[in-house]
Design a protein around this ligand. Structure first.
Ligand code: ADE
Length: 234
């Protein structure tokens, strides 16, 4: 079996998948954190690897940028490969004043300016949400590891360069912690499939202040988040 976007054979993908946006991150994680990684996907260069962490099977695969992209990969993983849990590991722009560069954010819910949910034809507005146990365990792990973390509502936006200049300020005024571009579609696909999802984010920039991480700090922040994500693998 393969799908239009994933060439892996049945059984080559673990029940938990870690998803960075960048497929080269997936390669880096496989090479530096997994034991015996095997490449399971290269269609469109969306690299995916399966290996072991602490004796547990785990797959790490890129999602690409934006909700159409993570929508495709998470749908195929949940519905065609029997994946149970997808943990997105990404970066985000911090909006909450308390957030510093390199802090972690656990996306408990993902508000959005996207129309992704209209396909489900709900008779109201559905709130895309993380799996509660995963979110709680992620916060506990951060506390144990001494990692600064905030948990709450994030924004999954379709627009990186927004012509509406006050859009982020308006989201911030509703308590949104950080902006990224994928979690809402992931959470909605998980809900529809009856599966689990979580979005973990490292604050890489503060778009309302114009600050951002150096590439060295990006690496350090990412490694910290990786450790939390890998410890969440059941
Ligand atoms: N990912 C990291 N920083 C971001 C930002 N400022 N907006 C959207 N996605 C992001």
């Amino acid at each position: 079996m393969s799908t239009p976007h994933i060439q892996a054979e049945p059984g080559q993908i673990a029940s938990t998948v870690l998803m960075p946006g960048d497929p080269l991150r997936a390669k880096y994680i496989a090479e530096h954190f997994l034991e015996h990684p095997v490449q399971v996907n290269s269609v469109r260069n969306m690299l995916g690897y399966t290996g072991k962490y602490n004796g547990k099977d785990v797959t790490v695969m890129g999602s690409g940028m934006g909700m159409p992209s993570i929508g495709i990969y998470s749908y195929e993983l949940y519905n065609f490969y029997g994946v149970d849990t997808i943990i997105r590991i990404g970066s985000a722009g911090g909006l909450a004043p308390e957030l510093e560069l390199m802090d972690l954010v656990v996306g408990v819910a993902a508000s959005t300016d996207s129309n992704y949910a209209t396909q489900f034809n709900m008779p109201g507005i559905i709130a895309p949400t993380a799996d509660f146990d995963l979110a709680m365990n992620a916060v506990s792990l951060c506390d144990e590891l001494g990692v600064r973390v905030m948990a709450g509502n994030i924004l999954s936006s379709d627009i990186f360069y927004n012509d509406q200049k006050d859009a982020l300020l308006r989201w911030k005024s509703m308590g949104i912690l950080a902006v990224e571009m994928e979690a809402a579609a992931l959470y909605l696909n998980a809900a529809r499939a009856g599966k689990k999802a979580l979005c973990l984010l490292t604050i890489s920039d503060k778009p309302l202040e114009g600050s951002g991480l150096s590439s060295q700090d990006r690496e350090t922040g990412f490694t910290q988040m990786m450790k939390v994500a890998l410890e969440l693998v059941q």
